[in-house]
Ligand binder design. Structure first.
Ligand SMILES: Nc1ncnc2c1ncn2[C@@H]1O[C@H](COP(=O)(O)OP(=O)(O)O)[C@@H](O)[C@H]1O
Ligand SMILES: [Mg+2]
Length: 459
């Protein structure tokens, strides 16, 4: 039982989490794959005086990772990078307050402070560390207007360095739109007055307009970066780089399935590869290639590791007497496209029924059930696209990955975009498993539907 010379479970587990972290954003450029263009865009925007960056996309697509990595590349020193995660009740004032407090905490630990050689003064907010004592003269109060926020931003840049950078993460969590809009006001004013502190804001959205509802959403001080799911080569890179850390090759068929299940959401690539490597570690023999058997065994643990908030809506939609709803949910998660027309979902549904040797429902019954999946007691799993009738998407695209994982576990391999068109950098070779052929197979009519009389279609 060993992988890459690791025999001890603790040592293996500790090393594993340095390369794979399904629940923690990456902040190291060597671990960030497929985001060169995004990083370039961010770093070029940050060179310009008065410019800030707004990164948006789906949950789990890698926004925090790009924000953190870009910030760590931009900053000068360890203490020039501040990070704050927003919550429902966050406001510009509470965020600025929390940033200033972290500056104080960072510097309080400093030897210079301990030796009483250092002072921090946040001008109008009256926080002062006297040079003779490290006890604050007065606690720092929260700013109450934009001018105070501006002053705080200028003080932070002054205390840290002119290359200080702030990541404001989970910006979408802020409940009130006016609170979000104040951030845009601050960035605009900082640009006008030449305050050097940089901001990278990241949040779930399909555009900046979504989060600012029009207010200043096209200000020139903000460069926007829209993150899409990772392409195939980046997905493969994550898998292979993790394997290489343990001198382990990952069989091509396995890499393809992990990459396909993920639909380009790196969380799933990390999760599945992590479980795969544990299977390789548990192999009674010294393992050099992670094979199909390891992958199949890892699916159980991967399904079990999914967060309850993703599992719950799926269970609500599918735990029913018949499997019809489950098959329709799987059909909705088939293919690469995150937004699909009901006719395409129907094609996928028929294909899934063919795979499992069932007669599909007729189109009208299928449509009723597809529509049910939008309802609260079906976990609101799906929603319609605004202004596009017949188009559906998952209420949360991370859910899609879970659905794809569960269907894989049950033996139905949902499809992605054609990977042959992507540059391949695979080194490991393994026989292509039979089920990969299904991956490329198209649904071809005629198909018999449930309720039809035997022989009808021949008349
Ligand atoms: N480009 C990438 N390369 C490798 N791993 C990534 C990449 N982007 C994200 N990840 C991993 O995917 C998971 C989700 O990323 P995260 O940045 O937290 O997403 P988001 O902020 O969009 O919800 C994390 O485990 C992170 O380590
Ligand atoms: Mg995030």
């Amino acid at each position: 039982m060993a992988v890459g010379g690791f025999r001890d479970e603790k040592a293996f587990g500790e090393h594993l989490q340095t390369v794979l972290s399904p629940a923690k954003p990456v902040d190291d450029p060597t671990l960030l794959h497929g985001r060169d263009e995004a990083l370039k865009k961010v770093s070029r925007a940050l060179y310009a005086d008065g410019r800030h960056v707004f990164i948006y996309g789906d949950r789990g697509v890698g926004k925090s990772s790009v924000a953190k990595t870009a910030a760590s590349l931009y900053r000068d020193g360890r203490k020039d990078y501040l990070w704050v995660s927003c919550e429902r009740n966050s406001t510009l004032f509470s965020v600025m307050h929390s940033l200033a407090r972290s500056v104080i905490e960072l510097h309080l630990g400093e030897e210079r402070v301990r030796k009483h050689e250092f002072s921090i003064a946040f001008g109008p907010l009256r926080y002062q560390i006297e040079s003779t004592t490290s006890t604050p003269a007065e606690p720092l109060r929260e700013p109450t207007n934009l001018d105070e926020c501006m002053q705080l931003a200028a003080d932070i840049a002054n205390i840290c360095s002119p290359k200080a950078i702030v990541v404001v993460d989970e910006f979408d969590a802020i409940e009130h739109v006016e609170d979000r809009q104040r951030f845009a006001d601050l960035l605009k004013r900082m640009g006008d007055r030449g305050v050097p502190l940089k901001f990278i804001i990241s949040g779930i959205a399909t555009s900046m307009h979504d989060l600012l509802e029009g207010h200043l959403s096209s200000i020139r001080q903000l460069e926007t970066v829209d993150l899409n799911p990772l392409d195939w080569s980046a997905r493969f890179e994550i898998i292979q780089a993790a394997g290489l850390e343990f001198d382990l090759q990952v069989a091509e068929a396995v890499s393809i399935r992990i990459a396909a299940i993920s639909n380009g959401f790196p969380h799933y690539v990390h999760l599945l590869t992590e479980q795969l490597l544990w299977q390789a570690f548990d192999d009674p023999a010294d393992c050099q290639v992670a094979e199909w058997g390891h992958f199949r065994n890892s699916l159980d643990a991967a399904v079990g590791a999914i967060a309850p908030h993703l599992r719950r809506p799926y269970d609500m939609a599918t735990q029913r007497v018949s499997d019809d709803y489950r098959d329709i949910v799987w059909a909705a998660a088939d293919a690469f496209d995150l937004q699909r027309h009901s006719s395409k979902i129907f094609d996928s549904y028929v294909w899934i029924c063919q795979q499992s040797g069932k007669l599909p429902l007729e189109r009208s019954k299928f449509s009723q059930r597809l529509n049910d999946l939008k309802k609260p007691h079906f976990g609101k799993l799906l929603k319609n696209l605004q202004g596009k009738s017949g188009w559906y998407e998952f209420s949360e695209n991370m859910l899609r990955g879970f659905v794809r994982l569960v269907s894989e576990h049950a033996g139905i391999q949902l499809r992605d975009r054609d990977y042959d068109k992507e540059p391949k950098r695979l080194t490991a070779r393994a026989p292509v498993v039979r089920s990969l052929q299904a991956y490329r197979r198209d649904y071809t009519p005629p198909v018999r539907f449930r309720g039809e009389i035997e022989g009808d279609d021949q008349s």
